[in-house]
Design a protein around this ligand. Structure first.
Ligand code: NAD
Length: 270
């Protein structure tokens, strides 16, 4: 039987994949495990919570090729360089996973930091820039696959997640729009909307993007028994998202485009 999830011979870029506990690294390793060569990228290579070279090393240990590229995905020059390096050193780009993101937590009426601008820039504009750069390779090849990380906060009201939610709603609509527009080039575009996933999520200032201004810990957000808030009774794990990315990146999902898959343990059902 053909293994539709086999990614042998394909090249992927996964943005925001330098944090050892983050969703990005889990995605990069899952794609590599399925056979893909992977370019990993993040704001920094080492220091603090970052170990981008560690991500690349783990991929190589799986027998795949990998490069670690320092890139700010809100910076067009960095994004173009990321794509160029993937093409030059790994051969092409088949799969782009727009995972890099940031989370801000300031109530609307107290926000004097222009948080909306930062959320839109890092969570939404980055998807636009990276997709546009990758499409310069994908369109002439008539082949490509783009997967965006959205959030259930982009679909429903979530306490104190106004700016983040607005940006992620934009990611969902960008996914629909690009899915429709790029279908003619045989490029599929889908998104995943995670619920609460157990990672540390650093928020970054616009002027000092590498400096965390807050840490998001999933378990601190849950008040009361988890089973009352999450129907499946547990927090999501990075692997839950990585498994869904693998499905969307593979031929097992070859007739799906423009969609957002909710991976939240049933939270939006309540
Ligand atoms: P994380 O903070 O561990 O990972 C995000 C990564 O993106 C970090 O390594 C960070 O350095 C990187 N990044 C941020 N700004 C960047 C920039 N300008 N250029 C390059 N890299 C940049 O968070 P995570 O929980 O692993 O989140 C991954 C994705 O999943 C994000 O898009 C996030 O919004 C989304 N998400 C997470 C959750 C959750 O509960 N953890 C829920 C819904 C959606």
């Amino acid at each position: 039987m053909t293994n539709l999830m086999n990614l042998q011979g394909r090249v992927a870029i996964v943005t925001g994949s330098g944090s050892p506990k983050g969703i990005g690294r889990a995605i990069a390793l899952s794609l590599a495990d399925a056979g893909a060569d992977v370019a990993v990228c993040d704001l920094r290579v080492t220091g603090g919570d970052f170990d981008l070279e560690g991500s690349a090393k783990e991929i190589r240990q799986l027998g795949r090729r990998s490069i670690a590229v320092q890139a700010d995905v809100t910076n067009k020059t960095d994004v173009n360089n990321l794509v160029k390096r993937a093409v030059d050193e790994l051969g092409t780009i088949d799969i782009l996973v727009n995972n890099a993101g940031t989370f801000g937590w300031v109530p609307f009426l107290e926000d004097d930091t222009d948080l909306l601008n930062q959320m839109l820039n890092v969570n939404l504009r980055s998807c636009y820039l990276c997709s546009q750069a990758a499409c310069k390779i994908m369109v002439p090849r008539k082949k490509g696959n783009i997967i965006n990380l959205a959030s259930v906060s982009g679909m429903r009201w979530v306490p104190e997640q106004f700016t983040y939610g607005v940006a992620k709603a934009g990611v969902i609509q960008l996914t629909r729009w690009l899915g429709r527009d790029l279908a003619q080039h045989n490029i599929r575009v889908n998104a995943i909307a995670p619920g609460l996933i157990e990672t540390n999520m650093g928020a970054h200032r616009i002027d000092k993007p590498a400096e965390p201004v807050g840490v998001f810990k999933a378990e601190d957000v849950i008040k009361g028994p988890i089973s009352e808030k999450i129907p499946l009774g547990r927090l999501g794990q990075p692997s839950d998202i990585a498994n869904t990315v693998l499905f969307l990146a593979s031929d097992a999902s070859s007739y799906i485009t423009g969609q957002t898959i909710i991976v939240d343990g049933g939270v939006v059902l309540s």
